[in-house]
Design a protein around this ligand. Structure first.
Ligand code: SF4
Length: 274
């Protein structure tokens, strides 16, 4: 029988420290088993236990039981099939990517949340040698598959203003904005510090937010993040709002954009622990 979430949870330190980018060990365990996140992403995993879990997952995969649902695997296969006819070299400048040769094939080097990946037509390599999962692959391939050539509009829009995105607004708030707000409540300096690690800048803007920053989770997808800190006396929780360039749906479909938001929140939390 496949490894269960509670079994994996028992092997984790269960401190809910958030250093893996997830708020709790339970959330991390769920993402390992449901989305194929690598167990080694938890930096506090006891080595012998980690080796045991990795061996179990490898054995399951070889036996046809993937660590993530089959539809994730098919999503990757589907999007890879879409880019087979693309000329990656021609597309690179439009995606803000570099081109390298990998085993005589072109690969695009794309920074995603501060990490660089080489993406060829059949595989993804993290250039820092770190862990990465199938959903990051799907995200990078979707970004390429959109093959958007539009220059950025320079106009910021909220998710609710994007065509057809209203239904996803809540998912984006819960998976991204609320997670960041909760993790950095009362810690605006920490948020500033982790965003600097992602190359963020704070251009002058007319806003009543306590802090704002522009950063690029993907090269042609800037996020404008506003942060209002909690007010304990008045009982207001911290709040985060993220705006996008008006071209964003040319560069990424809405599902992937919501997922990019989740990954962004996880990355900020993971960087906070470093
Ligand atoms: S890094 Fe994540 S999984 Fe590891 S102990 Fe901390 S919260 Fe739990």
């Amino acid at each position: 029988m496949a490894l269960q979430i509670l079994e994996l949870l028992k092997m984790l330190p269960r401190t809910n420290c958030g250093d893996c980018g997830y708020l709790t060990c339970m959330a991390f365990a769920t993402h390992v088993l449901r989305e194929g996140v690598a167990p080694a992403v938890c930096p506090h995993f006891d080595s012998p236990k980690l080796a045991r879990v990795e061996a179990i997952l490898k054995e399951q995969e070889e036996g046809g039981v993937t660590a993530f649902p089959e539809h994730f695997v098919s999503a990757k296969k589907h999007v890879i099939s879409k880019i087979q006819e693309y000329d990656l070299k021609e597309l690179a400048p439009f995606l803000g990517a570099d081109v390298v040769q990998q085993q005589d094939r072109d690969a695009l080097v794309i920074p995603l949340l501060g990490r660089r990946y080489a993406v060829s037509k059949d595989e993804v390599t993290a250039l820092d040698g770190g862990e990465h999962d199938v959903w990051e692959h799907v995200l990078l391939y979707n970004y390429i598959a959109q093959a958007c050539r539009e220059p950025l509009a320079g106009k910021w829009v909220a998710m609710g203003e994007l065509p057809g995105a209203l239904a996803k607004k809540k998912a984006f708030e819960e998976g991204c904005e609320d997670v960041i707000a909760g993790a950095f409540a009362g810690r605006v300096e920490d948020l500033h510090e982790v965003l600097l690690k992602l190359g963020a800048s704070s251009p002058p803007m007319d806003t009543n937010a306590e802090f704002h920053a522009v950063f690029h989770p993907l090269p042609r997808i800037p996020f404008l993040l506003y942060f209002w800190d909690e007010d304990r006396d008045d009982g207001f929780p911290a709040k985060v709002k993220i705006l996008f360039d008006a071209t964003v749906l040319c560069y990424l479909d809405i599902e992937s954009l919501v997922f990019l938001g989740e990954k962004t929140a996880q990355r900020l939390l993971a960087l906070k622990g470093k």
